[in-house]
Design a protein around this ligand. Structure first.
Ligand code: ATP
Length: 286
């Protein structure tokens, strides 16, 4: 499979059951692909420097997944290879009172990176159509009746598409990533969290309860990805059972995205450039 087989940009329909959750035939290439991951991230960091210097365009990688799919470790192992000064990582937890007193995009807009910076959303605006839809939380929202319609989530999908198109037209790219972990692997990771003292801090009884809603999450993830995959704001559905493989694919997504942005160092201001010979002469004389 090549990266485009994991990419959904609105031209084909996602069927989650047909997507791999592990490295499959690529398991034999582990050392080669792990070395490629390193190279990809070195190249990505070089492009990040250009992006930062030009400050013309910004990009956000929004990470969505089931519990224990490895969002945190992907940030630790992959995004950490980029220059932290030009990186903005934001985690979206359960909305607090102030968040809920505003429209749902309020906290997202506040987390937007400046152009020239790479943003990473650990969970994102998609929680508002995923967990909210699975648990039908909108029914308890303090909203006027005209807002609590039957087509509540279709409206939200439309709003998200409009917002992401708005970003595209205003110098930003939104790249959405779904880490596709299998039910068996998630169970194993929960077991590890219970058995290994160094993993106890990650343990959440709530996460185990969500497991019972596996099929409902699958339906909603599929529906959401199909409704919001567009050419300018694509979804990547990456297998998440083998972390080394997820890291390799994520490095490919980052690199391909930055390459397609093709950032360039900005040219020196003409006035400054004209001063260079004189300044060089002065430097040489001292
Ligand atoms: P880890 O993957 O390391 O466990 P996490 O991202 O699961 O970290 P938690 O604090 O455990 O972090 O969980 C955040 C919780 O917030 C998730 O259950 C998520 O569904 C919930 N959440 C995030 N955004 C929203 C939202 N808009 N509405 C309701 N719940 C939300």
């Amino acid at each position: 499979m090549s990266l485009k087989d994991y990419c959904f940009d609105g031209k084909r329909t996602l069927k989650l059951k047909e997507m791999p959750t592990d490295a499959g035939e690529y398991k034999v290439q582990k050392s080669e692909l792990t070395a490629q991951t390193e190279e990809n991230m070195i190249r990505a960091a070089e492009l990040q420097e250009k992006l930062y210097s030009a400050k013309q365009e910004g990009v956000i990688f929004a990470l969505q997944a089931r519990d224990a799919a490895g969002k945190d470790s992907l940030i630790k192992k992959i995004f950490s290879r980029l220059n932290p000064a030009a990186l903005k990582i934001t985690s979206f937890k359960v909305p607090n009172k102030t968040d809920l007193a505003h429209d749902y995009m309020w906290r997202i807009n506040r987390a937007m990176p400046e152009r020239g910076t790479i943003g990473v959303f650990n969970r994102s605006h998609y929680e508002d159509v995923l967990v909210v839809q699975v648990h039908q939380m909108q029914k308890d929202y303090n909203l006027p009746p005209r807002c609590k319609t039957e087509d509540f989530f279709e409206r939200r999908y439309r709003q998200l598409n409009n917002w992401e198109e708005y970003l595209w037209e205003n110098g930003y790219r939104m790249v959405k990533v779904f880490l596709n972990v299998s039910r068996e692997e998630q169970k194993q990771r929960f077991m590890d969290r219970m058995e290994l003292p160094e993993k106890h801090w990650k343990l959440s009884v709530g996460d185990m309860k969500e497991r019972a809603l596996w099929d409902e999450y699958e339906r909603v993830f599929e529906d959401c990805i199909n409704a919001t995959a567009t050419e300018h704001a694509p979804w990547y559905v990456l297998p998440a059972d083998n972390k080394w493989y997820t890291r390799y694919l994520m490095s490919e997504v980052i690199l391909k995205t930055l390459e397609s942005m093709d950032p360039q160092f900005p040219p020196l201001d003409a006035e400054e450039a004209a001063k260079i010979p004189m300044v060089m002469q002065e430097l040489e004389s001292v």
